[in-house]
Structure formats: structure tokens, C-alpha cells
Design a protein around this ligand. Structure first.
Ligand code: IPM
Ligand code: MN
Length: 350
């Protein structure tokens, strides 16, 4: 089997992370008897500053031909915030209709969590974040911009179809995951009485098709509290785009930080994209100090989605061993190893 993957190393420490990720992916492919045909694209801040281009339409058409996309990080200190994020990352998610943002929150043995008295047995859940709607649609506008009567409107768009497919994915994922068999809807039904009315109705309608799975609800503010106080309460959390963005940063920190947090932008019927969820961390760029585990774990998620379960599990196991036996910390510059040495360690334990 040969998998065609598009690689977008991106900005800052992205290229270093992706370099290690590809090292691990290539090694595991050899062990498991498959291959990658990788094509690299230079989208990101440097290209934008050089050409004014974020993501050309022709490139987008090309990207649709791949089996998956492997992304480093997007974000450049010399580019106004929003241009690259909207022009590249969000555009890819929307145009490729990657309607699920799958973000596992799992604490590995030997990794420090800021949560007092919590360990790997307590922190193991997955956030299913809706990835193409909500406040991210860019709907809205200004009234009387620049005056003291100004009104800025940002509309959250929630369609039945969009909500339904996201919630269905969450229940199906929960069944496949086969752990606590519980899906928690994270919303704000007490204030966002239109959006989460729809979410709640669809949640119970779809959930009724999954009698083996328990349904639960928590407001987003309470979800944050529970994630800190009783993370073991969760199995699969399903939520909208904005809430999912926020709670997965909290999730990342309780699983040990951005050094290990990975995510997948998934279109189960199309081209999915896998990325470390941290930013481009420009201050660490080019120093060989960034933790590549998040990119390596994103690579494992990509393999899982491509159907290479055994290879994905081998990477996950190797990452766990490296965390348990070697790394002093997951933070950039404090791992006790360089970026490339961490990649080498993972390869060694495959
Ligand atoms: C993420 C990021 C993006 C988001 C930004 C960079 C647009 O924070 O992937 O979580 O808000 O989705
Ligand atoms: Mn985010």
C-alpha cells in the first residue's frame, strides 16, 4: 500500500516537528510494510510575505487528491493575526469539509499534569469538536464602525445537517472506542437558547439510536470545572466549534501541554488533516528544542484514519515509553533531549 500525503510544515517550529513526525512515520511504514508518497507544500507566513498568497485555488484542488494532509503549524510574528489562520488553516478545514476536529486528551505515564492528585487513570477522554460551523463561519458585520454607536455582530451558525453529522460521529466514535460508553454534550442551553436548543434536540434524537451509550449534558463553564476537578467523568465530549476550541486548550494542558497535544481535522468521506494543536512557537524555531511528540501523535492519528491501526498503536506505545522512561519534561528546551533526539527515541521503541 502506498499512501499519498501532502505535507505542510508551515511556520516557526512546524518544520522541525514535521521532520520528526515524518521520521517516525517512515520508520513505522517500513516495519509494517507500507509506504508514503509525500509532497511538501510551502504554505505559511514566509510564502505569504514573499508572494501575498495564502492558499491558492490550484493548490486546494491538488490537495483534494491526497489520502491525507500532515500539517505543522501556521502563524508568523510578522503577519497580522487572522490572515494565515483564516487563509490557510480555517480555509482548509472549511473547503475540505473536515467537519470533525478530533482531540484526544490522554495523560501518559510519567507525564506531569498540573492537576493535583490526578494520574493516567483519571485523564483519558476525547473531544469531538464541530469544525465547520458556529462562530467560525465569519458571519456578521459592523454597524456604524469607528463611531461610539458601533455594534459588532458575530453570528453563530448551526445547521441541522452540520450538528447531526457531528453528533452522530461522536456516538459512533464512542462505540468504537468502547471505554466508558458515555457521550457528554457540552453547551450553554441556559443562554444560547437557539443554538443549543438545536444541539440538545439532535443529541437526544441521534443518541436514541445508540442505546448502549449513556447521554450526559454539561454547560461549557461547568465542563471546564469538571475537566479540572473530575476529568474521569468524561469519555467523549461533543461540542460546537468555539467551545471545542476553548476546552481543548484546557484539555491539552491537563494531558501535559502543547508538547503532546494532537488533533485531527476529519472528513470521514474525504481528505482529513492532522496537526499538533499548539501554535508555531516562533521563539523556539530552528533551535532543535521543540517537543515533536504532538506532531508524532498527530501522525499516529493519521495512520489510524488511513486504516493502519497496528502502525498507529506502535507509535502510541513508543511515545508512551519515551515519556515514561526518558523525558524530564514535555516543555520545549526542558525535555533533557533535543527535538531530533526525541524523534530518534520514538523510532527506537517502535
Ligand atoms: C486551533 C486554533 C485555531 C482555531 C486558530 C489558529 C484559528 O486555535 O486549532 O484550535 O481557533 O481553531
Ligand atoms: Mn485553539
Amino acid at each position: 500500500m502506498v499512501y499519498k500525503i501532502a505535507v505542510i510544515p508551515g511556520d516557526g517550529t512546524g518544520p522541525e516537528q514535521i521532520r520528526e513526525g515524518m521520521k517516525v512515520l517512515t520508520a513505522v511504514a517500513e516495519l509494517e510494510g507500507f509506504k508514503f508518497e509525500a509532497v511538501t507544500y510551502d504554505f505559511g507566513g514566509e510564502r505569504y510575505l514573499r508572494t501575498g498568497e495564502t492558499l491558492p485555488d490550484t493548490a486546494l484542488a491538488e490537495l483534494r487528491q491526497f489520502d491525507a494532509i500532515y500539517l505543522g503549524a501556521i502563524g508568523h510574528p510578522d503577519v497580522k493575526p487572522g490572515i494565515l489562520e483564516k487563509g490557510i488553516l480555517l480555509r482548509l478545514r472549511f473547503e475540505l469539509d473536515q467537519y470533525i476536529n478530533l482531540r484526544p486528551v490522554k495523560l501518559y505515564e510519567g507525564v506531569e499534569t498540573p492537576l493535583k492528585d490526578k494520574g493516567p487513570a483519571d485523564i483519558d477522554f476525547v473531544v469531538v469538536r464541530e469544525n465547520t460551523e458556529g462562530l467560525y463561519c465569519g458571519a456578521g458585520g459592523f454597524l456604524k464602525r469607528g463611531t461610539q454607536d458601533e455594534v459588532a455582530i458575530q453570528t453563530s451558525i448551526n445547521t441541522y445537517k452540520g450538528v447531526e453529522r457531528c453528533i452522530r460521529y461522536a456516538f459512533e466514535y464512542c462505540r468504537r472506542r468502547n471505554k466508558k460508553k458515555k457521550v457528554t454534550l457540552c453547551g450553554k442551553t441556559n443562554v444560547l437558547t437557539y443554538a443549543f436548543d438545536l444541539w440538545e434536540r439532535v443529541f437526544h434524537q441521534v443518541g436514541a439510536e445508540f442505546p448502549d451509550i449513556q447521554r450526559d449534558y454539561a454547560h461549557v463553564d461547568a465542563t471546564c470545572m469538571w475537566m479540572v476537578k473530575n476529568p474521569d467523568w468524561f469519555d467523549v465530549i461533543v461540542t460546537d466549534n468555539m467551545f471545542g476550541d476553548i476546552i481543548t486548550d484546557l484539555g491539552a494542558i491537563i494531558q501535559g501541554g502543547m508538547g503532546i497535544a494532537a488533533g485531527g481535522n476529519i472528513n470521514p468521506e474525504g481528505v482529513s488533516m492532522f496537526e499538533p494543536i499548539g501554535g508555531s512557537a516562533p521563539k523556539y524555531a530552528g533551535q532543535n528544542v521543540i517537543n515533536p511528540l504532538a506532531a508524532i501523535c498527530a501522525g499516529a492519528m493519521m495512520l489510524e484514519e488511513l486504516g493502519e491501526r497496528k502502525a498507529a498503536a506502535r507509535i502510541e506505545q513508543a511515545v508512551q515509553t519515551v515519556c515514561a522512561k526518558h523525558l524530564k519534561s514535555l516543555a520545549a528546551g526542558r525535555m533533557g533531549y533535543s527535538t531530533s533526539e526525541v524523534g530518534d527515541l520514538v523510532v527506537r521503541y517502535l
